[in-house]
Structure formats: C-alpha cells, structure tokens
Design a protein around this ligand. Structure first.
Ligand code: ARG
Length: 402
C-alpha cells in the first residue's frame, strides 16, 4: 500500500463496526500490532464484550479504563461551573469526553511504546479535531492516524464486506441508521432521518428520557445543594459527583427532561442537525445558574456570562488542553468561592423549573428590594444618580435640537 510500516498503534476502540474493522485494516496497511483502548465515561453500556471483540478483530491487547470519576471531576464539573453551553443548547457531553479519552490514549501509547495512536472519527466532524489537537498538545511528536478520512471503505456496506472477508464478528443488528455517542453527561444522536432538520425526531431514538407526553402527571420537586459551584447533595443526600449525576439523570429523564433538538455549526464549517439528551446536565445548569443569580456581584456575573460563550466555543473546538482554558478555570474557581446554597427544582412533563434558591452568601437584600414595610433604600439618592447616568445622552440630545 506504500504506507510507512509501524510497529505498534494504539486505537481508541468503541467496539462498533468502524473501529472493529479498523483493527484489522491498520494491521494490513501498516504491518503493525494494534492495542485497543476503551474508556468508560459512564456510557451505560456493558464494556464486558469489548475484550472478546477486540481479540476477534485481531488486536494484540486491550486496555479498558474506568474514567468516570476523572470525567466528572475534571471535565464535566469544569463545564458546569463555566456554564459552558454551545450555541444556546448543547451541554457538550461528547466534546468534554474527547480530550479525556485522548489523554489516556496517549498515556497507553507511551506505556506500550507505540509509534502512533489512531481514532475512528470522520473527516467531517468535530471529534477528529478534539482527538488530534488533544493528542498533539500532550505529546507533540506523536503520530495520529485517522483512517476513516482516506480509507477505501467508503460505505457501511463496504465495511461489512471487509469484516466478513476477514472473519471479524460484527453485530449485524437491524443496522440502526443513527450514530450515538453516550456518556455520563448525555447522549449525542445524529444521522438517518434526523438529517432532515424539518423532520420531527422519531420517538424511538431516545435513550435517557421518556417522552414528556408520557411522563408522570404529578410534578416532582427536588433540591440540589452546591458548595463553591460544585453540586454536593441531591435531595439532602450527600453524593459523590458521579453518583449525583447518575441519579439525577434517572430522576429528570423519567420526567422527560433533557431533550435538545438543534442545528449547530461544526468547526469544519458544516451545519448539522443534532439531537441531545442531557437530563442531569440541563437540571444542574439551571440550578447552578439560579445560584449565580443570587450570589454573584453584578459585574462579575455579566463578565462570566461572556466567558461562558468563549469557554463553550473552546471546548467544542477541541482546545481543552490550552493555557487559555486553564486560565479561565482559575478565574471561574475564584469567582465561585461564594457559590454555595440550595436550589429547588420542579420536574414536570419535560420541563425543569426553578422554584426557589437560598444561600448563606446571598446578595439579595430584602430591605433594599422590598416595596413593603422595612424599606431601607433611600430613593432620594436616585435623583442625582439617574441625572448623571443619562447626562451624555442629555448633552447629545441638546446638540440634536440645536
Ligand atoms: N455534534 C456533537 C459534537 O460535536 C456530537 C458529536 C457526536 N459524535 C458522534 N460520534 N456521534 O460534540
């Protein structure tokens, strides 16, 4: 094939058709040994069949790591504190997962003294960017292979044929037309009928949420407690972050909360129709936001709102391992020292509504805001304030009328 020979390649392996075929394809084309690497980010699927699948596909070894805690603590929590939501909708489940997978992919490659790492993303998406940029940020000299961008297996049929030819067992299920990526923080769903943005998403695509129409007729109120921006309790029960998110996914998903339908801008310039489910993500973002409303000094709050946009963009565009992100995190941690308190949220028929919030560090001062007894706000001070605030416009108004 005229490709350079390699000794050993570590492949980010999901066990699906693409990466199963890829194990064999890498061996054939580079004459290399392939180590499969799989990460548990809480995708809820059983990872047990993966070793057998990797072996059957021809991998020399497989490494599986449970990264749920690292994912929750170092990635999801950062995204939550940053209020990082891409294009007003997407809480970035896939985008936050990729840099973590890349980090461990590189680590495994170093341990196995591999010549290269490989991933199964296409040339049309964001995931290729996230994998490659992250891998090179951490190991600048590493070689990264992305076979899907240029291999001869252009269609699903060609891949299936290749698998059959090489006796790679694949689950030829009734071939779902959808592409799923799932972790603790949510599911991303693409392809098939969803490629028509006018088409209503079919009911059977969802994995984490029931249809709001079929959700319970009774609303359910939950409480979340935060400490310095971090969720620490769900319904008065202290929980490690992974468990808190898992439980909240179930609670909110059962009320149909967490479905997101959007057309978004990929980094490579394509608009794509995306369906997401993020039950815990949506509830936690609303609750965190409600606490910010109560606790943050106004100008800092507005500044963080701008930062949220930049942060989401940065994560989406694969720049996680940047010094800019580290600097943002330092600022956000500092800004959220006082972000402790509780939020009550009602889950009902696909909606999560904040019913109340309280904090020992609240800046809400009833004596200032009340229109009833006990008002301590001196309204006479506003006379001069308002006059000076508007003075530039008043001066300009005079010029206009001259
Ligand atoms: N559009 C989303 C993103 O860029 C989801 C990507 C989903 N990836 C996948 N392999 N299905 O983060």
């Amino acid at each position: 094939m005229g490709k350079d020979r390699l000794n050993r390649v570590v492949l980010a392996f999901s066990g699906g058709l693409d990466t199963s075929v890829m194990v064999r394809w890498l061996r054939e084309n580079y004459g290399c040994e392939v180590i499969a690497f799989a990460a548990d980010l809480g995708q809820g699927e059983n990872l047990k069949p993966l070793p057998a699948r990797a072996e059957a596909a021809g991998a020399a070894d497989i490494v599986i790591k449970d990264l749920r805690q690292e994912f929750a603590e170092q990635y999801v929590l950062r995204g939550l504190k940053a209020q990082a939501i891409y294009e007003n909708g997407y809480p970035l489940a896939t985008a936050l997962g990729r840099p973590l997978i890349s980090r461990h992919l590189v680590e495994v490659a170093e341990k196995y003294e591999a010549d290269a790492v490989a991933h199964g993303s296409t040339g049309k998406g964001n995931d290729q960017v996230r994998f490659e940029v992250s891998a090179r940020a951490l190991a600048p000299d590493i070689e990264v292979l992305a076979p899907v961008r240029n291999w001869e297996l252009k269609t699903r049929e060609a891949e299936i044929e290749y698998a059959q030819k090489h006796k790679i067992p694949i689950e030829v299920t009734a071939a779902s037309p959808y592409s799923y990526d799932r972790n603790l923080w949510g599911v991303s769903i693409e392809c098939g009928p969803l490629e028509d943005p006018w088409q209503r998403p079919p009911d059977d695509i969802y994995q984490m949420t029931v249809s709001p129409a079929e959700a319970p007729e009774e609303p359910e109120e939950i409480t979340l407690k935060f400490e310095a921006g971090r969720p620490v309790e769900l319904n008065q029960q202290e929980l490690p972050l992974v468990e808190l998110i898992e439980q909240l996914n179930k609670l909110a998903g059962a009320h149909g909360v967490g479905r997101i339908d959007m057309v978004e801008n990929r980094l490579v310039g394509i608009k794509s129709r995306e369906i997401y489910e993020a039950p815990a993500g949506l509830v936690l973002h609303s609750a965190h936001q409600a606490l910010m409303d109560l606790v943050l000094e106004r100008d800092l709050y507005h500044y963080l709102q701008e930062l949220s946009l930049r942060y989401a963009e940065l994560v989406y565009n694969g720049l996680w391992f940047s010094e800019r992100r580290e600097a943002f995190d330092a600022l956000i941690d500092q800004a959220q020292r006082y972000l402790s308190g509780e939020v009550r949220i009602e889950l009902y028929k696909g909606r999560a509504v904040v019913n109340g919030r309280r904090s020992p560090h609240s800046l809400y001062d009833r004596a200032l805001s009340t229109y009833e007894q006990g008002d301590q706000f001196d309204q006479s001070l506003s006379t001069g304030f308002v006059r000076l605030w508007g003075l530039p416009l008043e001066v300009a108004g005079r010029r206009r009328s001259r």
